[in-house]
Design a protein around this ligand. Structure first.
Ligand SMILES: C[S@@+](CC[C@H](N)C(=O)[O-])C[C@H]1O[C@@H](n2cnc3c(N)ncnc32)[C@H](O)[C@@H]1O
Length: 268
């Protein structure tokens, strides 16, 4: 049976296949998802019961990292793989502290882009680009980037829970290098990434993604460190998600259950 297409759903999306952005939206309690995404999320939760908690822990890291960048003088962000808007979007966190902060969101998924456009209709300091992280020339050359961001000034480069969707064939290391080269000294690179652990749960979750044409690649701390070549990784280094600058009320009892490594680094 085919899925009903709601009026807000862009024409060029396949409602018969789950999509990473919409599965994540569902795990976070959002509404911009379809039956196939919800079915997939349910199967993922059967394998990994903490899946929704992991998504929330990742969002909490994003908030802490953006706040850290703001505390260190960053007033412009390029958020690549930004996702479908949910609670605590980057421009909301940043513009609450400094209303003139500029934010450009980038995502490859049309539903994420359409919802972000709607959210930003009245915001002159933020915009969205439909683009692919693995094509830095197109992303950096996009009109909203040149209109809103001054790459001669430090930028918060956010790649949060996105690099694990790029296999080695897409050469994510070269892509990240290009973004880092394009921004000014004093910029920060913020990364969260699924950890490569060979537990049975992770292997089953990985093959679920694989079998649904959403390949996902876990990486080790050493592989992650490569993204930060030439940068100064700030304390406490590459750590499990809840251990990065935790807030007093955070639950950090079993950090590795977050299944994600995170780090923030400064371009010298
Ligand atoms: C798990 S969500 C993360 C959203 C947000 N960054 C966060 O951490 O809450 C991953 C997002 O990356 C996007 N994505 C996946 N591959 C991408 C690529 N090659 N270029 C740009 N975005 C991509 C997906 O569409 C999805 O919206």
């Amino acid at each position: 049976m085919s899925t009903q297409r709601p009026s807000w759903a862009p024409e060029d999306i396949d409602l018969e296949r789950p999509n990473a952005a919409r599965v994540y939206d569902y795990l976070l309690g959002g509404m911009a998802n379809f039956a196939k995404d919800r079915e997939f999320a349910q199967r993922l939760t059967d394998i990994a019961p903490d899946a929704a908690k992991m998504a929330r822990s990742n969002r909490a890291f994003l908030r802490r990292a953006v706040t850290y960048c703001l505390d260190n003088g960053i007033r412009q962000f390029l958020d690549i793989g930004s996702g479908i808007p949910t609670a605590g979007n980057v421009h909301e966190i940043a513009q609450r502290i400094e209303p003139s902060t500029k934010v450009v969101y980038v995502d490859v998924e049309p539903v994420a882009v359409t919802h972000t456009e709607l959210m930003l209709a009245d915001n002159r300091n933020a915009d969205v680009v439909r683009g692919d992280l693995s094509d830095p020339a197109a992303v950096l050359g996009a009109e909203p980037v040149s209109r809103l961001l001054d790459l001669d000034q430090p930028v918060g480069l956010l790649m949060v829970s996105v690099l694990h969707f790029l296999g080695e064939d897409a050469d994510p290391y070269a892509a990240v290098r290009r973004y880092v080269e394009a921004v000014a000294p004093g910029s920060f690179l913020v990364v969260s990434h699924i950890a490569a652990e060979d537990t049975d749960e992770q292997a089953r979750a990985r093959s679920l993604y694989q079998n649904n044409a959403v390949p996902i690649v876990g990486r080790t701390r050493e592989q992650l460190a490569e993204f930060f070549t030439g940068l100064e990784i700030v304390e406490p280094g590459i750590v499990w998600t809840p251990l990065w600058h935790p807030e007093p009320t955070d639950d950090i009892e079993v950090p590795h259950r977050s299944k994600g490594f995170v780090a923030v680094a400064r371009k010298p």
